[in-house]
Design a protein around this ligand. Structure first.
Ligand SMILES: Cc1ncc(COP(=O)(O)O)c(C=O)c1O
Length: 426
């Protein structure tokens, strides 16, 4: 982010609309801020930082603004944290139990089992499916390492299948040829909040008697043919890492499922295999969610509908404003309702584009710079460059633009204009 010479609080919510004159009156010097600015944010104003860029005004656009989000929620978050302290329910406890019920309702599943993080959810999810050493699990190389790591934790082997370049998700057409007698499960990732093609994957799984674990870490609330992710496979793993659409104030994750046995297993496995206090039926893990995280997640879940609608609106705005620019965008299938954890574009000369956006104050993320099969951690799989060409091309070209619910329409237009200027028009 560039050093600002001015911070300005802008009313974004129409009910707080202020005229241009009033906006200027709300301008506060970059060295000030503090309480006054906090109050403005709490009232629905957004703070935007300006600086001088090549003779004109530049604007800082962060990929995320968790401080502003906290100011907006301060009045709800602090009492929720206090409840945890008052009840001294620091590990699992009443807030976590309430969150489990509320999140299961949200996903339309019978169970939610709250866990320590999303990687733990993937790990327990695979164990619940009976994945054992030397089994194979089919997944995408275009994901965060944790997806593959969870397979390795079980002693099993990740078998990568290339992505569909139009969606960046696992290509179902390529799955069947990767199935062997050792294949135990399929692990699709709903990357960037866009659901994987679950009907096509489900048909293959059924034909080969395989079960499906959804990696829904980036897709809270996304819908596939009208049904929420989380209940589309045998079970799903969610992450509530602080940058996610539904995010804790620390590490947190969960499994959702309609299967009673799986939920029962996950509840015991997260707490040292206990089915009752000091009754350890098997060797489990310490994968429990903290009470504070449950409390924060309950508060944030109530805002998730509004935040998701805002992300979807920003995505529509970007698509409209970027029409004709020399870049590629993933395709939104009409059957899907994605939740836009990331809004990605694909460009040639990615690093140059990123540097030029940074010079204009625009932060970007690269999800991901290298596919999992080309990471040193998975060199032993022996998949050289060229093995999964679509995933590799995506990783060379992908750029994630800022898409958080706190963005103002000025920032969205500023980002889109900058991208058009940098990549050019077709
Ligand atoms: C696709 C995907 N899978 C798994 C994870 C792991 O989640 P966590 O960081 O909560 O362990 C993440 C989050 O970083 C993710 O994005």
């Amino acid at each position: 982010m560039r050093a600002p010479y001015h911070r300005l609080s802008i009313a974004e919510d129409p009910k707080n609309f202020v005229s241009k004159g009033q906006v200027l009156a709300l301008g506060i010097n970059a060295r000030q801020g503090g309480t006054f600015e906090r109050r403005l944010v709490a009232e629905g104003y957004r703070t935007v930082e300006f600086f001088e860029h090549e003779g004109s005004v530049g604007m800082n656009v962060p990929v995320l603004d968790l401080k502003a989000e906290f100011e907006e929620l301060r009045g709800e978050i602090l009492p929720a944290l206090e409840r945890v302290c008052t009840n001294a329910s620091f590990i699992l406890g009443t807030e976590v139990e309430a969150f489990e019920r509320e999140f299961a309702d949200f996903c339309g599943t019978k169970h939610c089992v709250a866990l320590a993080n999303g990687t733990a959810a993937l790990h327990l999810g695979l164990l619940a499916l009976g994945v054992q050493p030397d089994d194979e699990v089919i997944t995408t190389p275009n994901t965060f390492l944790a997806t593959a790591e969870a397979i390795s934790y079980c002693g099993a082997v990740p078998i990568f299948v290339d992505i569909d370049p139009t969606t960046a998700n696992l290509d179902p057409k390529l799955i069947e040829r990767a199935i062997t007698e050792r294949t135990r499960a399929i692990l699709p990732v709903h990357l960037y909040g866009r659901p994987a093609d679950m009907d096509a994957i489900g048909e293959i799984a059924e034909r080969h008697n395989l079960r499906i674990l959804e990696d829904a870490a980036q897709a809270h609330g996304a819908r596939y043919r009208g049904r929420r992710v989380g209940g589309l496979g045998t079970l799903a793993a969610f992450s509530f890492y602080p940058t996610k659409n539904l995010a804790a104030y620390g590490e947190a994750g969960a499994i959702t499922t309609n299967d009673d046995q799986i939920a029962k297993f996950a509840r015991a496995a997260r707490s040292h295999g206990q089915t009752a206090r000091y009754e350890h039926e098997f060797v489990g893990y310490n994968y429990r969610m903290h009470g504070f995280q449950g409390a924060v997640l309950r508060v944030k879940l109530r805002h998730l509908y509004r935040w998701t609608a805002k992300r979807q609106q920003i995505a529509r705005d970007y698509r409209r404003l970027l029409a004709g620019a020399r870049l590629e965008l993933p395709v939104d299938a009409p059957r899907d309702e994605g939740v836009y954890h990331q809004f990605v574009i694909y460009t040639a000369n990615r690093n140059k584009v990123v540097a030029q956006l940074a010079a204009r104050g625009i932060e970007t993320v690269i999800h991901y710079p290298r596919p999992v099969h080309l990471q040193p951690a998975y060199s032993s799989l022996g998949c050289p460059p060229g093995t999964f060409p679509h995933a590799e091309r995506a990783c060379e070209r992908v750029i994630g633009l800022p898409i958080h619910p706190g963005l103002t329409s000025e920032q969205i237009a500023y980002v889109a204009n900058a991208v058009r200027e940098i990549v050019g028009i077709e």
